[in-house]
Design a protein around this ligand. Sequence first.
Ligand code: ATR
Length: 275
Amino acid sequence: MKKWYAVIGDPIAHSLSPYMHDAWFQESSIDASYIPVHLEPSELEDGFHALKKIGVSGFNVTLPHKQAIIPFLDGLDDTARTMNAVNTVVMKDGKSYGYNTDGDGFVQSLFALPVDREQPLLVIGAGGAARGIVHALHRAGFTRLTVTNRTFRRAEELAGEVGAEVMTISQAEAELGTFHTIVQTTSVGLSDNESLPLSVEWLKPGTVVADIVYNPLVTPLLKVASDKGCKTINGVGMFVHQGAIAFEKWTGKTPNQEAMIDSITQKLGGNNVNR
Ligand code: ATR
C-alpha cells in the first residue's frame, strides 16, 4: 500500500518539507507522499493518535510541538533526549520513536565550506536551536567551542554540558577576530528584523559565518559578513540536511541533497550563496 508521511506544526502552510520530501520520494522511485498537517497545541494529543490510527509511516515535528510531542512517543533516541526536543518520528510495528536531526543537519551544512574542527568556533545563542548545534558540534569533534548569549546564565549552562568556553556578548564582540567560524542561532535576523546579534566591528575577512535562518536567505549578519570578505552559509543547508537524515531513517535511502539546496534556494528567490 502507498505509504504516507507528514509534518505537524502551527503554522505549517508555508513549510517547504512537503516539496522536499515529495521530490525525494519521486527521485528514489518510492511510492509515498508527504503532507502538511496543521495542529494547534490543544489538538496535539488527539492529532498524534489520529495520525497513528490512520497509518502514518513517519512524520516531522516543527514549532511549537518539538518538546510537547515527547510524552506521547514510545521511545526516544539519545540526541532527542539530550535536546529534549524531537523533529522526526519513525513508526515501526505500531510504535513511535523520536529523533532529532537538526544539530547533525547543521554540522553537515557547515562542511559545505572548508571548516577545521580544531580551530576556535563561536556559537551565538543558547536556546533550543543552539543546544542541538552545540551538542552536534561536540559529537562531531569540534574541540574549541565557545558559547555566547544575551542571557549569560543560559550560555554558561549550555557550555557546561559539553565543556565549552563561555563569553559575554561584549567579550565575544571584542574577541570576534580570533574565531575561525561563527554560528548564529538566535532569532535575530528573521524576516522583519534588521538587527545583528552582536557588533561585528572586529570580524576578520575569511571567517566562516553561518546563520541558521534561511528566510531571508541573506540575513543582516550574513550581509555584513560577506561585505567584510567572510565566507557565509545560510540555513538552507541545515534545513535540507536535517530532512535528508529523517528521509534516510524512514526509507534507508540517501536523497540528493546538493540539488535540493539549489532548488530550495531558487524557491526562496535567490542564487546559492554557499558555493
Ligand atoms: P530557539 O529554539 O529558536 O533557539 P529559544 O529557545 O527561545 O528559541 O532561544 C532563542 C535564542 O535567541 C536565545 O539564545 C535568545 O537569547 P536569550 O537566552 O537571552 O533569550 C536569543 N534571542 C532572541 N531574541 C534575541 C534578541 N533580540 N537579542 C539577542 N538574542 C536574542
